[in-house]
Design a binder for this molecule. Sequence first.
Ligand code: ADP
Ligand code: MG
Length: 503
Amino acid sequence: MTRHILYHELSDMREDVRAFLDRPKAILIGGEFVEKASGGTFTSEDPGLETALAEVPAAEQAEVDAAVDAARSAFEGEWAKMVPAGRAGCMFKLADLIYQNLDQLAQLEGLDTGKPAHIAAALDIPFAAEVFKYYGGWATKVRGSTLDLALNPEQFHVYTRAEPVGVVAGVIPWNYPFAQAAFKIAPALAAGCTVILKPAEQTPLTALRLAELVVEAGFPAGTVNVLTGFGHTAGAALAAHHGVDKLTFTGSTDVGRLIAEASAKSNLKRLTLELGGKSPVIIFADADMDKAIPAAAAAIFGNSGQVCNAGSRLFVEASAYDRVIEGVAEIGKGMQLGCAMNAGSELGPLMSATQLQRVSSMVEEAQRAGVTVVSGGSQGGDKGYFFEPTVLTDMDPASSIATDEIFGPVLCAMTFNDDDDIVAAANDTNFGLAASIWTGNPGRAHRVAHAVKAGAVWVNAFGVFDPNLPFGGYKESGWGREFGIEGLNAFLETKAVSMHIGA
Ligand code: ADP
Ligand code: MG
């Protein structure tokens, strides 16, 4: 039986969204809007209706070169001349403009990604604005230190300076396009860097709207440049560019490796890499099940599972297993799938036909290997890339369904017996992005939190994100951290100045 899907009508579209979609799309290079690019144009699609939304410029090497030049000029020129308080002012202005355009941005984001626009309006867009405000605050607080040498302190006066790393490229994925743009741009600007943003080819629209807001906010030309284009052309050109000093990336582990290779083969540009995950949600029998069960469902079904930190492996202590699995499956069955502009939609479609194909075939392969489908398991609806919230049990923990990132609403549920057992199982992965632990025993919560190899551990909670909270991965989940002072430091170089003062 195919599920009932809430589709939207194009008449549900806001006037200002329609107007944006109707006008020619332009990339932003050195303060100029450029409609023509070397690669011609490509189409952005609404994954809910499988219809074209807009044609956007396909930037390639020539536009990358021009954007890098523009970013270099701004880095050495107007942006460098602007005092930190002025830079902060531009960032605060941009945050205000994002709030002023919140509903337009949310609907545009919904249309481009498929996610419910009301969720984008409540979460994605305001969070992006808050990240600009948060890092706008840091722009006036960058500092070095003075220190004493260990061996001959009386001979030298020594201080460090925290200097911007230079021209930054931000390459981002399609799951949270607008928020990811803020995650890349805001800390770089706070550090005094200039930026070239390349959104994912599947979701270029809110980045192009952001480009307009950047200009309105009064940033000097070239401080922020926005290039829409493909990964293997524009993305690869940025990764290999000698004029890019730092690249900050969120996406797949495979592309992360390509970027690391490109950095190694070019100028050893600095890298921040936020990559894949297969994050465990661990529920002990003494957990508050009224909270743990809905959280475990939200952890994997939220954003249709297209989240790098999705709680895609659920481990439940044996005595509570049946109850939790049944509870999560029931929530999945009750979730309303639908298109972005339908207010009743709780879950959107997957991003693309490619993603739907990938998720379906992974589930089918698991079924052939004997995995039990407790709920969901198939495509939903006859239009759009919808996939049902799915709960799987009885898998081999070493099989691909249990170890590979699925990037869909597909949960692999397993059981465990004691603390040692669960730590070993949770850590038996090449990833290490996040983990969620549910227990009424605080001592155990901390012991397991310390033993789990993950950059973020949430106790009796899932998905705690905050501009001041460092986030990033262990192992193949990435390099470095975003957010907080760690996220700022990722865009600063330390210069140590030693001056001889001895007689
Ligand atoms: P997904 O596989 O989920 O689409 P990717 O990791 O492929 O995620 O994409 C994330 C971002 O990386 C996108 O902006 C994409 O265009 C870009 N990208 C893809 N391939 C490359 C590459 N070889 N070099 C640089 N960027 C790339
Ligand atoms: Mg799209």
